[in-house]
Design a protein around this ligand. Structure first.
Ligand code: FPP
Ligand code: MG
Length: 338
């Protein structure tokens, strides 16, 4: 079992410097905004995106090959890399604040969501504020190449969210729709996290594109695992199980079962799904159908295919603690329960 600490190890000093960089650069005007911002930033989660940016930058640094297992005790990254990591992390933070409003979610990472604590209208303003500050910090730094990557990721995230809600209203999500939605809402930003890390240290266009594809494949796997965990009542995600069913979201475990169902069974599944928002018995029955049809195990096969693609993409780099950490990150995504 791979631990998140072993993935962080080669970039430990850089992660600490990154946290200090965020603290120095990201503060809010006004007591209430500052209080909400501190709350939102205090539960940032695993930090997969900044890790990806710092590891991708380190992988492309001139001394990557010479690095040994003690490399994490010293800083290697520049402020340009910390800036790239901060831009992606803040976009992600703002998107989750908005997502909890859209989903009327009361919990995030085991704590009350921003909307549960301060109401939805205030949560929307906080998300907007974080986005505005992120773009403003990016523009004043004049690192326009990084800002341009992150700006396009912001619009892709919104496109994914709108597509998801369109299909949730019509109960008509196919496998192709699902893969497009998760590419837009999750994989695109992980792609940008890895790409901007490489870009921040002047990697070649080919390497930036390769790392973008690596991050995207990792992101597809990450979201599929998220959707599998939603069906797992023993998960440690800090969110109640089966929320996707209550929100009428057809995700891969259910798609796998629906693809194998008869017309009659499919009609019954859709009938149950329509009731899931207000009927816990329908949620339980649909959950049992997905368990019986092995939906999670079947979805995990698709996740593994994305992880194999990601691992193949970094296999061309010479061995280093950074490459090993990126490969461990792939294993961690598949094994995680939170
Ligand atoms: C979480 O997914 C949500 C996202 C990955 C994207 C949310 C994007 C928006 C709300 C669009 C706004 C964009 C910006 C840039 C502010 P999920 O709901 O499947 O996961 P969850 O179970 O963690 O909520
Ligand atoms: Mg959500």
């Amino acid at each position: 079992m791979v631990s998140i600490d072993s993935i962080r190890k080669p970039i430990l000093a850089d992660l600490e410097a990154f946290d200090a960089f965020v603290g120095e650069n990201f503060s809010a005007e006004g007591e209430m905004l500052q209080e909400m911002l501190t709350y939102a930033l205090s539960s940032r989660g695993k930090g997969v995106r900044p890790m990806l940016t710092l590891l991708s930058a380190s992988l492309h640094s001139p001394n990557a090959e010479a690095a040994d297992d003690s490399c994490g005790s010293v800083r290697h990254c520049s402020k340009r890399t910390y800036l790239a990591a901060m831009l992606v992390e803040m976009i992600h933070t703002a998107s989750l604040i908005h997502d909890d409003v859209l989903d009327s979610a009361d919990e995030r990472r085991g704590k009350p969501s921003v909307n549960a604590k301060w109401q939805s209208d205030t949560a929307i303003i906080l998300g907007d504020y974080i986005l505005a500050r992120t773009m403003s910090i990016g523009m004043s730094s004049a690192q326009y190449d990084l800002v341009s990557y992150v700006g396009s990721a912001m619009s892709t995230l919104c496109e994914g969210e709108v597509l998801q809600s369109q299909h949730a209203q019509k109960f008509d999500t196919t496998r192709e729709d699902y893969l497009r939605i998760i590419y837009q809402k999750t994989a695109s930003l992980l792609g940008v996290s890895a790409a901007t890390g490489a870009l921040s240290v002047g990697a070649s266009r080919e390497d930036v594109e390769r790392l973008c594809k690596f991050g995207e494949a990792l992101g597809m796997a990450f979201q599929i695992q998220d959707d599998i965990l939603d069906y797992n009542r023993q998960n440690n995600t800090g969110k109640p199980a089966n929320n996707d069913l209550r929100e009428h979201k057809i995700t891969l475990p259910l798609i796998e079962v629906m693809e194998r169902a008869s017309d009659e069974e499919r009609a019954h599944i859709l009938e149950l799904l329509r009731r899931c928002h207000e009927d816990e018995a329908a949620v339980d029955e649909l959950h049992a159908i997905v368990v019986k049809g092995d939906g999670a195990a079947l979805a995990a096969q698709t996740m593994q295919a994305y992880l194999s693609r990601a691992m193949h993409l970094v296999s061309k780099y010479p061995d280093s603690p950074y490459r090993r950490a990126l490969i461990d990150l792939c294993a961690f995504i598949a094994e995680r329960d939170r």
